[in-house]
Write a protein that binds this ligand. Structure first.
Ligand code: ATP
Length: 383
C-alpha cells in the first residue's frame, strides 16, 4: 500500500459525549484529528479515552454530538459500514488459521480478488514474510501484534484505531513495537488514533497528543510543546515530573518576577497565564532535568541571571543514566532534580547543602487557582 492509495480526511468530533445513567464518561468534546496524523489519546485509567475511541469506531453510541470523516457525518453508521478499523489489546487472532489466513480473513469474507498480492504486501509491511505459515501460538507477542495490525490495514481503512495495542507486551518489546508502529504509520500514511495510558508511548509515537482527564481533554498539542508548556497541573505531572512552586507576582513585563520562599525567581512573561497583576499568585514550574546542583561549599555559581535557590539533599538515587535527587528548600519540601551521569559527582549525598540553579527561560507558570488534582505530584506531596 502506498500513500497515494490512501485518501480520506480529518476525523472531526463535534460536541460528542457519553453518559451512562447519571455518570458522564466523556463530557461534550470537540476534537479534530488531521488526516494522515498519528494522534494519541492519553490519560489515566477511567478518563474516557477508550469510550472516545469506541464512539469513533461506532462500537459505542454517542449520547450527544457527531462524528464525521472527511466532511461526511458517520454518526449513524454501524461499525462495519465505517471506513475505520480497530486493533485491540487482545489481538483476537483466529488460533486455527495461519498468519496468511488471519490477514486475508477480511478480504475473503468480502470475496475480494487479488488476495494473495495484498497479503504479500501486508506481510512485507509488517516484516513477517518468514512467518506466513505459522499459527498465532507459534508467534511472539510482538509478532502477533503485527499480524493484528496487518489484518486491520488490509481493508485499506481511512482511519486505524488502536486501543492499548501494546498493553500485553513486556517493556522492551513495547518500546520496539512503538517504533515499529510509527514506521508502519509513516509508510501507509493512514490516520492512526492510538489510546494509551503510557505518556512515554504517546510522546514517542504521536504527532499530536490529547491529554484526557475525567472525561475532558485538558490539553492538546505536539509532545514537546505539551512537555515544555503544560497549562494545567495535571498535564505538568502526567507528562513527566514537574516541580511546582507557589509564588506571588512582584512585577510583570517581558519577564515576570515572583517571590517564593523568601527569594525571587524570574521567568518569561510569555510563559505565564494572563493576567499577571502584582500580588497575584502563580504556580511556577521547573522540570527536574533543567535544574543544576552545586555543593554549597563550592563558590556561588557564577552565571548571572539564573534562578537560584539553596537547599539540602534529602535523597539521592543512582539510576545509571542519571542520578535523581530530592532536595528540601524554602520553595518546596521535595524538589526533584535529575542530573545526567556524565561525570562522577562528589559530595552530592543526602545531607549535603546545595545551590540549585536554572535558566529562567526554562521556567513556566500555571494558574494557582486551579485545583491541584489529588493524584498529582507536587513539590509538597511527591508521589
Ligand atoms: P482504561 O485505560 O482503564 O481502559 P479509559 O480511559 O479508556 O480507561 P473508559 O473505558 O473510556 O476509560 O471509561 C470511562 C469511564 O466510563 C470509566 O469510569 C468507566 O467505568 C465508565 N464506563 C465505561 N463503560 C461503561 C458502561 N458500559 N457502563 C457504565 N460505566 C461505564
Amino acid at each position: 500500500m502506498t500513500q497515494q492509495q490512501t485518501t480520506g480526511g480529518d476525523v472531526r468530533l463535534t460536541g460528542i459525549s457519553k453518559t451512562y445513567g447519571s455518570f458522564t464518561a466523556v463530557h461534550p468534546l470537540d476534537l479534530t484529528v488531521p488526516q494522515g496524523s498519528f494522534f494519541a489519546l492519553l490519560g489515566a485509567s477511567g478518563c474516557g479515552k477508550t469510550t472516545t475511541l469506541r464512539m469513533i469506531a461506532g462500537l459505542e453510541e454517542a449520547s450527544t454530538g457527531t462524528v464525521s470523516l472527511g466532511g461526511t457525518d458517520i454518526t449513524a453508521l454501524p461499525p462495519h459500514k465505517r471506513p475505520v478499523n480497530t486493533v485491540f489489546q487482545s489481538y483476537a487472532l483466529f488460533p486455527h488459521l495461519d498468519v496468511t489466513e488471519n490477514i486475508a480473513f477480511g478480504l475473503r469474507r468480502r470475496r475480494v480478488t487479488s488476495v494473495r498480492e495484498r497479503v504479500a504486501e501486508m506481510l512485507e509491511l509488517v516484516q513477517l514474510g518468514d512467518f506466513a505459515h505459522r499459527r498465532p501460538h507459534q508467534l511472539s507477542g510482538g509478532q502477533q501484534q503485527r499480524v493484528a495490525v496487518a489484518r486491520a490495514l488490509i481493508n485499506h481503512p481511512r482511519v486505524l484505531l488502536l486501543d492499548e495495542p501494546l498493553g500485553a507486551l513486556d517493556l522492551k518489546l513495547r518500546r520496539r513495537m512503538q517504533l515499529e508502529l510509527k514506521r508502519i504509520q509513516t509508510e501507509v500514511g493512514i490516520t492512526f488514533v492510538h489510546v494509551t495510558h503510557d505518556q512515554e508511548e504517546a510522546m514517542t509515537m504521536a504527532d499530536t497528543v490529547a491529554v484526557m482527564n475525567a472525561g475532558r481533554v485538558e490539553q492538546l498539542g505536539a509532545p514537546a510543546d505539551l512537555y515544555e508548556n503544560p497549562r494545567t497541573t495535571f498535564v505538568a505531572n502526567f507528562l513527566g515530573t514537574s516541580n511546582l512552586i507557589e509564588a506571588e507576582i512582584v512585577s510583570a513585563g517581558t519577564d515576570v518576577v515572583v517571590s517564593a520562599g523568601g527569594g525571587t525567581l524570574r521567568l518569561p512573561g510569555s510563559r505565564c497565564p494572563a493576567p499577571t497583576p502584582p500580588g497575584g499568585r502563580l504556580l511556577v514550574g521547573i522540570r527536574p532535568e533543567k535544574i543544576s546542583l552545586t555543593p554549597a561549599s563550592d563558590a556561588e555559581p557564577a552565571a548571572d541571571g539564573r534562578n537560584r535557590v539553596t537547599g539540602r539533599i534529602t535523597e539521592s538515587s543512582f539510576i545509571g543514566v542519571s542520578t535523581q535527587y530530592v532536595v528540601e528548600s524554602p520553595v518546596g519540601k521535595a524538589l526533584q532534580v535529575y542530573e545526567q551521569n556524565v561525570e562522577h559527582r562528589r559530595g552530592l549525598a543526602p545531607g549535603c547543602e546545595v545551590h540549585l540553579h536554572w535558566d529562567p527561560a526554562h521556567t513556566f507558570a500555571l494558574d494557582a487557582t486551579q485545583d491541584m488534582d489529588a493524584g498529582v505530584q507536587s513539590v509538597e506531596d511527591p508521589a
